[in-house]
Design a binder for this molecule. Structure first.
Ligand SMILES: Nc1ncnc2c1ncn2[C@@H]1O[C@H](COP(=O)(O)OP(=O)(O)O)[C@@H](O)[C@H]1O
Ligand SMILES: [Mg+2]
Length: 351
């Protein structure tokens, strides 16, 4: 095995874990991956891995005893697992951050405390709740599972023609929220990082385009008036403080005129900041590694404007269609199964 104090543990074997491992290696660290069995592309980029479930305390203990710090690439790792691991080694971002990010009602409550506007929302636990609050929201709303949703999954649009019985059966989840649909001008995301040594940084804003709840592409940096930027950053820092964040925090937002309306958080690397690999002196993955290893994280220097396009589903099989720019860089995640809408890779190029 490697020097424990130079080894980073990564929970979750997807593309975010893979790109974190690549950054860690570049910065001179070893990586040890823990993930359940399955299609885990990160396996091929780490020094060592162990396959196990999130409740396999024996395997988790072995894993934790061999690393100096653990970070998570997957949002739905049980907070209890992170809590147990933190009794053996450092875990950043903490189990508390994940326990908030995993529940839409909790992240919205902290967002409001941090000074963000939040869409009107109601907790939905029955068909009767759904019918009652859909009316209150003028049948212009989205039913979302309170936990476990991703890439637009676990969401159903509600309109005045809604068949509520059918929708309640289809969502098949007893703890939901009903959220006002926001008529936004654009969607943006902001990424903040805080290091164990107390230093911090923001990445420039990303502007995001979704289709069916999945990110299609990002353009960065998004242009924003200085005054709005200052106000936004204050709220983000307040949110991070309430989480006692160490590591990365992305906040997804809707912008309408001069207002930012909170959507959700992710305490991990985020798809809308993949452009930082080419676009910044330190990518989001570099900054994650540096922050959990207690290094200084300086402000980001960026050159040019960037576009990042996700390669979804079978787009990965038609790469010759995507000749956008002579300096484009194609990232292939190496997932075995191609599924409709699945994130298989991405392309970054200057614009
Ligand atoms: N309240 C809303 N109003 C308008 N669009 C929304 C709303 N909630 C979600 N969306 C759209 O669906 C996308 C995915 O929803 P989100 O809540 O971010 O779930 P996920 O966890 O799947 O990313 C958003 O990025 C946005 O494009
Ligand atoms: Mg989202």
């Amino acid at each position: 095995m490697f020097f424990k104090n130079k080894t980073i543990g990564i929970l979750g074997g997807g593309q975010l874990g893979k790109m974190t491992a690549i950054a860690a290696k570049k910065l001179g660290y070893h990586t040890f991956l823990y993930c359940p069995k399955g299609d885990n592309p990160a396996k091929y980029s780490v020094n060592e891995y162990i396959l196990g479930n999130w409740d396999d305390n024996i395997k988790l203990k072995i894993f934790a005893s061999k690393v100096s710090v653990i970070t998570s690439e997957f949002e739905n790792i049980p907070a209890k697992t992170l809590d147990n691991l933190s009794k053996i080694t450092k875990v950043y971002p903490s189990s508390f951050c994940f326990s908030i990010a995993q529940f839409r009602n909790k992240e919205k409550e902290i967002a409001a405390k941090s000074g963000f506007l939040v869409p009107k929302w109601y907790r939905i636990k029955s068909l009767e709740d759904l019918i009652k609050y859909s009316k209150i929201l003028n049948y212009n709303c989205i039913l979302k599972t309170n936990s476990l949703g991703y890439d637009g999954k676990g969401q159903i649009n509600i309109s005045s023609e809604a068949d509520f019985n059918k929708i309640w059966t289809e969502i098949n989840f007893k703890d939901c929220i009903l959220e006002e649909k926001i008529n936004f001008d654009r969607e943006v995301s902001i990424l903040y990082a805080k290091s164990l040594n107390g230093s911090e940084c923001f990445f420039p804003l990303s502007e995001n385009y979704h289709e069916n709840g999945i990110l299609k592409y990002t353009i960065a940096p998004a242009i924003l008036e200085k005054e709005l930027e200052i106000k936004l950053k204050l709220s983000v820092k307040k949110f991070a403080k309430l989480l006692n964040l160490r590591g990365l925090l992305t906040i997804e937002l809707f912008q309408r005129n001069n207002d930012f309306i909170f959507n959700e958080i992710a305490p991990r690397p985020h798809n809308s900041f993949h452009w930082t690999i080419e676009g910044c002196k330190n990518s989001q993955f570099d900054i994650l590694v540096k922050s959990i290893m207690g290094q200084d994280i300086s402000n980001q220097i960026i050159n040019e404007n960037w576009k990042m396009k996700n390669l979804l589903g079978n787009e990965i099989e038609n790469l010759s269609l995507f000749n956008f720019h002579k300096d484009q860089k194609i990232h292939i995640y190496g997932k075995k199964d191609v599924k409709k809408g699945r994130k298989m890779g991405h392309i970054t190029y200057p614009i």
